[in-house]
Each structure stands twice: as structure tokens, then as C-alpha cells.
Write a protein that binds this ligand. Sequence first.
Ligand code: GLA
Length: 717
Amino acid sequence: MLSRLRVLLVAVTLCAAVLAAAAQRAAAEGNGLALTPPMGWNDWYSVYCGVNAQLVEQTAQEMVADGMKAAGYDYVNIDDCWMDPSRDASGNLVPDPTRFPGGIAPVAAYVHSLGLKLGIYEDAGTTTCAGLPGSFGHEAQDAATFASWGVDYVKYDRCNIPYGEFPGESEEQVQQTLYTRMSDGLKASGREIVFSMCNPDPGDDPWDWGAPISNLWRTTTDIQDNFGSMLANFEGTVGHYRDAGPGAWNDPDMLQIGNDGSSLPEYTSEFSLWAEMAAPLIASTDIGALSKAELAVYENPSVIAVDQDPLGRPGVPISSANGLWVLTKQLAGGARAVLLFNSTNTAATISTTATAAGLPRARAYSMRNLWTNAATETGGQVSAFVPGRGVAMFTVGALPKRRAPKLVPHTVLSLDSASAQLPLGHSTTVSESFANDGTSAVKRVALTLTARPGWVVKPVGKTRVPVLPAGKRYTVAYKVTAPPSGSPLAASILSGAAAYDPPAGRGRATATLGQLVSAPVGAPFRTADVTTHPALFGASGRDLAIGSRGLGVFNPPYGAAETDSYAAIYEHAKARRASTAEVTVTADPAGGTSGGAGLIERDAMTAPKRSPAAVTLYVNNFAQVVMAWNASGGEDVDSHYAVPSLTVRFPVELRLVRRGSTYTGYYSTDRGKVWAPVDAVSVAAVASSGKQDVGVFHASGLMTWMTTATFRDFRVR
Ligand code: GLA
């Protein structure tokens, strides 16, 4: 009893600490605007420099018609490229006459007539990021211009700032000076204008100084539409929860939902994470092209309510071990929004408790799942079985005693496999666990586990339980055997289901787990993994698959020294001085810059930094066909050529012909009927001595993210 009391005391103290930590230190911008995070649209990630009046007005109409306006999205924001390259004789900004023939004012008036607001973009430097006139030296004048046009929101960028004109000042000090000038200009303009700072470069820490002069500031670099980039921007923002609050928000950049680079569950995670962080919800996509399901993500009223909660407290991370995140956000009215986010690729159970989430001790709590609307009650556990890259999001609140029996107990069905990867024909143990987190018993529990045809699933214990008391779990093990043959590396799905009688009615829970199966790689092939995280390999005849992380063989933005981070399946010393290697790349989902999949030849595949890299021919993350090679004799690939104006669809055939230290690359997109040349390159003699290792390689393009590339019919002659 005493020890339980102690646990309780520790829990209460921890909870008080979480609350104290969440207290905001920022004094918000004095303009009284953006008391909840701004919501709206911005053109940048759908058209980049393609903005014009028609697009803006049409998008405003679409936002009214499709329910986004009603859901709370009210800013319609123009990004870079709206201006003419020159100011007028009086130094005023001039809208580009072809993009905005009537100027900005009529567009603002139209947007206002629909009950929406207009945003615009400028820059604190001499020119914008796209090279158009910046506001440097014209801050008050430009602020007055925006006000006269009826602008309601200004995004203010940080490109081309003349730091040289501020000797002795750090870049951050100069930014503070220049952003303050525009902030003052907007306040003096006489119009209510939200001020959004866009200064996301490493070394800028705007969360430390942005609140008194702006309504939001960027925390991270420009987002891309892939899970790795979204994760990086989340991780770069979530720790700054103390610095944001009403009128002053952390901005992890705009929402990508609808831009086709991620799956719907990944987009659902993005939206949930942004809402939990109280981030601005600015959709940067073609609104008219959104699918019903994507629109339903943007318009989920419960998740929007978490973002827009009037208390304005960003979610606080309470754990993140092994990439399994728990965040809790204090809501007005006393409830918490609890977000369980699985940043890994494999489904997992994520758990916390109501008190750890900051709620007072109670006999029971209500839980509402914000994506399924299911309403349940729990004795204190807050758990879910969350798919890889997915979320479960709940509002949790203490329940008055008499109300608990009206809700069904919260139950969680989870699956766990003893082996992450299973060779074809082999068996593993999968456990299926059903937990009753509620405060009353559930009855007649029946568990099942099914797999795809060809798999054998045998329970090793009873799959039925007559009564599962409150707070208890039941686990049954299964022997699961993969089929004897199949593709080199694939994810098969195991589906678990539980049927049970809650106190009222019949309940059902389901869970799915991806089980990776591989055909082991054997002679004549070998494997090489020079990434920082174990890669997965599979081979079936001459069809190969590689699941790996890694920055790749050539990393243009950062230079060659960052490279040599890939996984390969290869044949040792198979490439003679006159030889040809060929393969069909059937899938290459690489995401980060410099990721890709294709052919590689070098003296020793497993010896990065000792054996100089020779030459690679591959399809990169932009679906370009690329050759990269070592021309200097240094230890890295240092030269690079991408076929101009070409993006390919899979399958793509690649052919690499070696004649001594000269290599010619070819590709074909019609199954080898027509071969087009890529380039003929000469590799430094030291990088290409005698016989070479030759094989296929893959790198996801990011150190934190694994993707799987597949290859057909690799051969060397
Ligand atoms: C920078 C910003 C982007 C966008 C572009 C426009 O990259 O971070 O959000 O505004 O400039 O050129």
C-alpha cells in the first residue's frame, strides 16, 4: 500500500512538472491577431512560381464550395513570384501585369467578398528567394502598400539579406532588426495584418525572439512531400512547445496532403502532428484536385478543434523511445488530446496513462478516437496498436462515476512477431494480445489470426476466453509459416481480429501487422551494407530486392564527402575490363535527395573509403536516370550527370558497358527494344584497376528512413 502511495506521489509530482514546463514563456505579438493558429491555403507547393490572379480566385471559390472555409480555413495566401521585377518611379512594388492584370487589390476584394482573407509574400532582403524586389529599405512603404490593397497576412522570407551592411552583427541580430522593421510597418499601416516570419535556416532560432514581433515563425527547412521530410520537420519543432501560444506560433511549414508523394495514413499523421503541435494549418496543394479522402483529412472537425483549442497550448512530448511518440496537449475545459505516433515502419503498441498525460486521478476516463469517432472508457491506460508511420489520436477526460458504465470499455488488439524478417519457408511465433483497459469486464472473447494464401497459421493456445476482467489482457501465440517460394523481399499482411461482448452489444477489434518475408541471398551473390542501419536483402533467381536507408553514392548539395551510404547485392570480381552489366529496376521509392537504385561497379564493394568508388548508373529520387563516377581518383564519387528533361516510369532497364576505365551507360523504358545512351565517362585509373565487384544498389536518400527497391534479371557478361 505504502509503495502504491509512493508511486502515486511520484506520478502527481511528474504531472505537475509537465504542467509547469508547458507554461509559455513567450509574450505574444501585440497585434491581437492569430490567437489560434492560422488556417488557410498557400500556392507554393502546388505551382511554385506559377501563381496568378485566376488561380487565387478559383482556389477561394473551391474552398467555399468544398467545405474548407466552413471548416475554418480562411486565409488565401499568395507566395513568391507575384511581382514585377522593378518597382515604379516612386519605389512602390508593382504586381506582375500578366499574372495579376488588375493588381492585387481586386483579388483581395474578391477574396473578401467570399468571406475569406488574402495573404501575400515578401522578403527582408534586397530580393526574394525567386529574385524579385525585396522590402529591404522599403519596409514601411511596402507595409502601407499591402494595407492599401487589403492584404490580411504577410509571409516574410529571409533570402538575400545584405548582412555586409551590418558589420559586427550576427545574421540573427540582423534578422531581428529587419523583421522588426516590417512588424512595425505593418502595425503602423492601420490594417490588421498577420505577420508570418519565414526564416528557417539552421542557426536561425526565431522561437527565441519571434513572439514579440510576429504571429508565427518557421522552425525548420522547406518541407517535401515524403514521410522522411515530414518527420524531420516534426522532430525539429516538437521540442519548442514552450515558445508558442496565442498570437505566436511555431510553423513547421505547410501541409502537403494532396501532393501525391505520401500515403493517406502518412498524410493523416502529418495533419494530426501539426494539430497536436498547434501549428498553422496551411494547405499547400491544388485544392480542386483533392480526393474525397484527402479532403476529409483537411476537414476533420475534431482534429481541427485540437489545433484551434482556445488555450493555445502546443502538445508536450512525454516519450519518444524507439521512435514511438506520445504527446499530450492541454485543452480548454480540462481534457487532453493524446497523440500516439509510430514513426517506425512496423506496427507497434504505444501506451501511456491518463495521469502521465496530465489528467487528475479518477476512477475512469472517457476516450474519443478523433479519426474513428469511437467513444470508450478506460481505467487509466491510454493505448493503441498503431500502424507504422501512423497515429492514433484521442481526447481523454476524467469521467464522473455515474457516466463510465454508459461507455464501452476501451480494448486494444495487438500483434507482435518474434522475427522482423522471415526467410521464405521458415516459421516464426506471432503473439496476438487483447487488452481490456476499461473498468468493467468483457465477455466471450474470440481471437483469430489470418494470413495471405500460401501461409500456414496455427494457434499454440486457446483462442477463446469466457470473461476478461477490467484491466486484464489475454495473449495467444501462433506458429506462422511463410510460403516456400515467392518474391525476393515482400511484406505480407497478418490480420488479427477479436470479437467480444462488451457490457452492451457485440464488439469487434482488428489489427494488421506487415510481416517481411525474404528469399535469402546465396551464391553467386554477396551482400554489402555501408549504411548505419541493417539493410534487408532478398534474392529469387536473378530477381533481387534491397531495403535500406542511406544517403546514396553522390550527394550533390553537400559534396562527395557525405556519400558512400548504400546497400548492395553483387557478384565478386565479375566485371572484367571488357564487360556489360544489365538490370531492370522495377521499383525505387527513394525519397531524399541523392537516394536511388541501379547498377554499381567498384574494386571492393564492402570497403567504402578504402576502395575508391568507380561508377554507378541509377534512377534517382526524382525519377531521373543518372551516372555518377569517380573522375579524380579520390575516395568518393565526385562527378555526376543526369539525363536532361527526362523522368522515367518503372520498369526501367539499365546497361553499363565497361571498356577498361571507360564506362558507357544506357537506359531503356520499352523492355530493351530501344536503348538510349546516358553518358560515356572515364573513371580515374586508380578507381578502376582489374576485375571489379558489380551489382545492384539502393539508398533511401535519408539516414532515418528505409525504403525497398526491387530489381529483375541482374546479369553480367
Ligand atoms: C523559401 C521559403 C518557401 C517559399 C520560397 C519562395 O524557400 O522557405 O516557403 O516561400 O522561398 O521562393
